[in-house]
Write a protein that binds this ligand. Sequence first.
Ligand SMILES: Nc1ncnc2c1ncn2[C@@H]1O[C@H](COP(=O)(O)OP(=O)(O)OP(=O)(O)O)[C@@H](O)[C@H]1O
Ligand SMILES: [Mg+2]
Length: 334
Amino acid sequence: MRPSCPPYTAAATGQRPASSGLYPVSEGTGPGRSEFLIMGGTILENLKPILQIQHLTHTYSAGTPFQRSAVEDLSFDVYDGEFLGIIGHTGSGKSTLIQHLNGLLKPTSGQVLLEGRDIWAEPKKIRDVRFRVGLVFQYPEHQLFEETVYKDIAFGPGNQGRTGDDLDRCVREAARLAGVRDDQLEKSPFELSGGQKRRVALAGVLAMEPEVLVLDEPTAGLDPAGRENLMANIQDYHRLHGGTIVLVSHSMDEIARNADRILVLKRAHILMEGTPAQVFARSEELMSAGLDVPQITRVALALRDRGLPIDPAVYTVEALERQLLALRKGGTPC
Ligand SMILES: Nc1ncnc2c1ncn2[C@@H]1O[C@H](COP(=O)(O)OP(=O)(O)OP(=O)(O)O)[C@@H](O)[C@H]1O
Ligand SMILES: [Mg+2]
């Protein structure tokens, strides 16, 4: 039976993430399990995983006294078209995990499937996987090496075989989407500020038109305006291209504002996985694990602790406002 009144729907929670609004809901277990997309409270068709991570373990320095599993027996799906946020403490394994998604790291055990196929089934074709799953590193400024911004952005699509006007169009389009200005294209990337270098690195990956865009803390170190601006560019790209985005972030607010679904890592394992409403319904557990919750969720928790019948699983100003207005009118808050 399909969920008739799922607690996951935008209509039920009164919340809708800023992004595409895809909500996966599972039904049943085992091989017969089906998934649905819920958009704005309407059940859509079957949800398709684009990446499947199955029992993934990665052990650094195996066989030495420094042996350590940075991710251990992780299993989850990334759905086609969704915006998945990954959060966790420093050292919880986020960067290690996402470097497996495009084959930069090879699993010690377990598998990564791209559209149902093990990405390491034919190791010689791993380059094709890297074109389809684009990764922007945690310190993307380290990725830049060409003489000019233009050449840096053109490097990936050039390797994909694009040339002439087609290459030029794709470089300029990627630069525009990443917020790199035309007058910066002929500059050396090393003349640019930290924030601008990040945009160039992002443009270089966007130019390859990956089906899955994986971003490792793209806004770390930027000022609040720079962070908001870059996230807006990423959201624009998601809206325009409809691809899949995996975003690693330290900021719970950033994740709450942008992600359709959240994966929380703790010491190499998955602590939680679900929609923002599902995850923030467990805010006290998140806080006792030493993780942050969105500012609005904190306010809701504080109001509830003062006796107001507030659902603390809210994470947007609008949703909290709706609850407070409903209370004022004497109705139920959610
Ligand atoms: N190349 C490496 N060799 C050995 N150990 C490593 C290596 N890279 C990461 N580690 C260890 O693996 C664990 C997970 O690291 P990882 O960088 O994946 O975490 P993270 O969640 O991305 O952290 P951060 O939030 O600081 O970026 C850490 O204990 C780290 O010290
Ligand atoms: Mg990291």
